[in-house]
Design a protein around this ligand. Structure first.
Ligand code: PLP
Length: 410
């Protein structure tokens, strides 16, 4: 593709740092990890940061460290990258999916409350909410700040307090995002960021857990490093742990990127302003929303195809873009519809009409810091051309009047 969906922005600073790590002779568990964690914690506004090999392994350690396991449920969203659900399944916990808000695409706090009130009741012996059909215990909420837009954290925290639930934020797409002036990743018992090359900050691979809970931090540190503890010997393992470490080379790269994070986020923001200018008023699509009080950290540029038969229209739009050498992806298919998920039975949540609608309508357009005005213009003109063709063919339907998603459950 001439215009990729994403492209890391790395330069001489990154090359110098990685070279420095390589030349140091110490390639794991060294000063680059330490400095990356200290500086990341400061940037995130949290006391502890623990670097891991990926966002997925970071989520897994949070689930373990917060004591979520067999027989437990956690409320989360099915409109996400699979890692936010898989981290529960690894521990034999199950997701209880609450539906999303069709505009923000984030888990809807009202749906969380409905789900709890319909399926769980307080058990005074367990001192927990227990599912009255399955007997499973409700332990946590795992909100995902999808496409860099923070979830509505105030009502989510209120529900968590009311029912004694832990909160793990999946902030993998939301580094630098804010909810009413407070950073995404600072609301829960723990939060996770990720550094795959398409994220706002890349370490090639990698993840980071942040928390203010000293016990959780120590547990994650130990589990990441084969269950060793700070002062134990190399072959002394207090816990069943993992090798989820992040190498010094990765930490050096992450550190160099962290030093430029404001610049990187500003460049992304600049690209999205061009997108919004060029696509406002385009036929048959909804642009990403920016509700007041929410500061999105731009990840991809997500649009929603409006009107009936959205999957057909989206396929035509994708073909139009790809025909011009422009990459795009239908982020995200619903997790509960993924082939592998059927092995975990029917999801224990409510019907998910908005999630399923979004999965049929959403399309991610290219977004990366070094994207030029010329490239944005190319994407938008190819998109408009195809959208106008679709509009001409389907003129009988007044798609301008269609809501962003169906009003009732399909
Ligand atoms: C990227 C991402 C992750 C973590 O992905 P890794 O590839 O394991 O680093 C988790 N959740 C969401 C929503 C993501 O976008």
């Amino acid at each position: 593709m001439r215009i990729p969906l994403s492209q890391p922005d790395t330069g001489d600073g990154e090359i110098d740092m990685v070279t420095k790590a390589l030349r140091s002779g110490r390639l794991s568990l060294g000063p680059f990890q330490e400095e990356f964690e200290v500086k990341f914690a400061k940037y995130a506004g949290m006391r502890h940061a623990i670097a891991t090999s990926s966002g997925t392994t970071a989520l897994h350690l949070c689930v373990k460290a917060l004591g979520i396991g067999a027989g437990d449920d956690a409320i989360t969203t099915s409109f996400s990258f699979v890692a936010s659900t898989n981290c529960l399944l690894y521990e034999s916990a199950l997701p209880s999916f609450a539906d999303i808000d069709p505009h923000t695409l984030n888990i809807d706090p009202r749906e969380i409350r409905n789900l709890i009130e319909r399926n769980y009741a307080w058990d005074s012996a367990a001192r927990r909410m227990v599912n009255h059909r399955t007997g499973r215990i409700l332990k946590a909420i795992l909100p995902v700040h999808i496409f860099g837009l923070p979830c509505e954290m105030a009502p989510i925290l209120e529900i968590a307090r009311e029912f004694d639930l832990r909160v793990i934020e999946d902030a993998c797409e939301a580094l630098g995002a804010e909810y009413h002036g407070q950073r995404a990743g600072t609301f829960g018992d723990a939060a996770v960021f990720a550094f795959y090359p398409n994220k706002q900050l890349t370490a090639a691979e990698g993840g980071m857990i942040v928390t203010n809970d000293e016990h959780v931090a120590a547990l994650c540190r130990s589990l990441r490093n084969q269950g060793r503890t700070e002062n134990s010997g190399w072959l002394h393992h207090s816990l069943l742990g993992y090798n989820y470490r992040l190498s010094e080379l990765h930490c050096a790269l992450g550190l160099a990127q962290l030093g430029r994070i404001q610049e990187l986020l500003c460049k992304r923001e600049r690209v999205t302003r061009m997108y919004l200018d060029a696509l406002t008023g385009a036929t048959g699509i909804a642009l990403p929303c920016q509700p007041p009080g929410f500061k999105r950290s731009w990840f991809v540029f997500p649009i929603q195809v409006l009107g009936p038969d959205p999957e057909e229209r989206r396929a035509e739009l994708m073909a139009g873009l790809e025909g011009h050498g422009i990459a795009c992806k239908p982020y995200f298919p619903a997790i509960h519809r993924q082939p592998y998920f059927s092995a975990f039975g029917s999801h224990s949540g409510a019907p998910l009409p908005w999630t399923e609608s979004a999965a049929r309508r959403c399309l991610a357009l290219p977004l990366f810091p070094s994207m030029t005005e010329e490239q944005v213009r190319e994407v938008c003109s190819a998109a408009r051309k195809t959208l106008n063709r679709i509009h001409a063919r389907t003129r009988a339907v007044d798609i301008e009047r269609e809501p962003a998603a169906p009003r009732a459950a399909p």
